[in-house]
Design a protein around this ligand. Structure first.
Ligand code: SF4
Ligand code: SF4
Length: 464
């Protein structure tokens, strides 16, 4: 059943479970999860198990390949007319895994010039040669940098073609333009027009996952992508979409559908890693000095969340976060305005697990679990691609970008990458938050304790 048609009654025992969880907290079971202990610890560890850069699992044996799931659902990707697999792949890490994905029926692949200096493009060139090239849709992306001339973009687009060893690129996207001005960069569009005329680029698109991190004007995802949809030159968009940013996401996707702009969504899993949240707040409280009062309040919240975490894990039988991740993916696919969802596939097991979600429905128990998660933990999630509080910061701290790096570190196990990105931030960092009144926190419509989270993120991302 599409969740759009689902009624409250259809959600079965969802409200009963929420009541149960609430009652447990109010009643104060008195059991607070020890940091990193028991189920919660297992929950935390598995989160990083498929992280980028880890070795792939063993290649499947012949008998396993026969059992490997196949893509069951293909959707039309907007005005491109491409019948896209509902599950698709982000930048590849492993050639064997990439071939396995292709054999499973995945036919949309995403990369970017900036991803490890075009390594993904080169990997595609190895795997999708000859006849297989026509069976796949490859998107690559360019960041709009300082040089904005048409010739410069043409050179870079030809560079992508060379690395791909292909006569054409299915879609060339602008990668995360920080503002509408960047989105409409004349040199880029002139270059695209010429490449399209020569048959070297078939479609144009744009990706966006929130505010950027330089000193230029930063504009939110909805403003940039709604402009792109209206503009008419963009055939595809790649926004953030998940069950905790559904307000922005639903609106953008509905507008795209009206204009037949194809949609690929990313960051479908916003689930955080809170198993040692309480211990982290404890540690900050000890060091907090003038912020002691603030951290005392946060600690109370952390203890409440620890109880909720335990109840949530027990209630849904989660010995790992897999069930939650799968429900989150089903959630985005339950929106008919979504063409496909990009996922990271680092192991053969990832392929088996996520391709199996193709064509499956979001059931009422999945929906109930996500509703409970939203209610219990939604206020700890700094929404990807939000940035609404940023104008309230007198120092120009890129709140949403820092929290995205924190998510890479903590929820996705991409520690080194996250720390390196944080170290390279050219703007103010979160060390400023320690001495601040917390204007951003007052401006957050979701009640996220962002000042404290930023302080903790600073500590996490600057560990020696
Ligand atoms: S703290 Fe709140 S307002 Fe600020 S970016 Fe995060 S979710 Fe948006
Ligand atoms: S806590 Fe203060 S310095 Fe830090 S982001 Fe918020 S407003 Fe800016």
């Amino acid at each position: 059943m599409n969740r759009r048609e689902e009624t409250v009654e259809d959600r079965g025992t969802g409200s009963t479970r929420r009541d149960f969880i609430k009652t447990s907290v109010v009643g104060g079971l008195g059991t607070v999860l020890a940091a990193g202990g028991g189920l919660a610890s297992a929950y935390g560890r598995e989160r990083g198990s498929a992280s980028r850069g880890q070795k792939s699992s063993k290649p499947p044996q012949e008998h396993e390949e026969k059992e490997a799931p196949k893509i069951k659902s293909y959707r039309t990707l907007g005005r491109t007319g491409w019948k896209v697999s509902d599950i698709s792949s982000g930048d590849p890490n492993d050639e064997g895994v990439l071939r396995f994905l292709f054999e499973a029926g995945v036919n949309y692949f995403d990369t970017a010039e900036v991803y490890r200096n075009g390594r993904g493009e080169r990997m595609f060139s190895e795997v999708f040669r000859g006849s297989s090239r026509k069976s796949v849709f490859i998107t690559t992306k360019l960041v709009i940098g300082a040089n904005r001339s048409k010739d410069h973009f043409l050179r870079r687009m030809r560079g992508c073609l060379e690395r791909l060893r292909s006569d054409y690129i299915d879609c060339m996207m602008i990668h995360m333009p920080p503002s509408v001005k960047d989105l409409l960069t004349p040199g880029f569009h002139e270059a695209i027009a010429e490449m399209k005329q020569d048959g070297r680029v078939r479609f144009c698109g744009v990706s966006h996952h929130g505010s950027y991190y330089d000193d230029t004007i930063r504009e939110p995802m909805d403003r940039v992508l709604l402009t792109a949809i209206e503009d008419g030159r963009f055939d595809l968009i790649l926004p953030v979409y998940n069950f905790l940013n559904e307000h922005d996401g639903d609106r953008i996707l509905a507008e795209a559908a009206k204009k037949k702009v194809g949609t690929i969504v990313m960051k479908s899993n916003p689930v955080g890693n809170y198993y040692d949240f309480e211990a982290r707040v404890e540690s900050m409280k000890e060091k907090s000095g003038e912020m002691y009062e603030y951290y005392s309040r946060m600690l109370a919240k952390a203890r409440e969340k620890a109880i909720l975490t335990k109840k949530f894990i027990e209630e849904y039988g989660l010995d790992s976060p897999g069930k939650l991740t799968e429900a989150a993916i089903r959630y985005v696919l339950s929106n008919d305005n979504v063409g496909t969802v990009i996922l990271s596939f680092n192991t053969f097991d990832d392929v088996k697990r996520y391709v199996a979600l193709s064509g499956t429905d979001l059931g009422s128990s999945d929906q109930g679990m996500l509703d409970d998660y939203r209610e219990c933990f939604g206020d700890l999630y700094c929404r990807h691609a939000c940035g609404r509080c940023e104008p309230s910061c007198p120092y120009g701290v890129p709140v949403n970008t820092i929290m995205r790096y924190q998510h890479y570190f903590d929820a996705q196990g991409r520690e080194k990458e996250a720390m390196s990105k944080y170290a390279k931030l050219p703007t103010r960092r979160a060390d400023l938050c320690l001495e601040c009144e917390g204007w951003c926190e007052r401006a957050c419509p979701y009640g996220v304790p962002i000042k404290g989270l930023l302080c903790m993120s600073h500590e996490m991302l600057t560990l020696a």
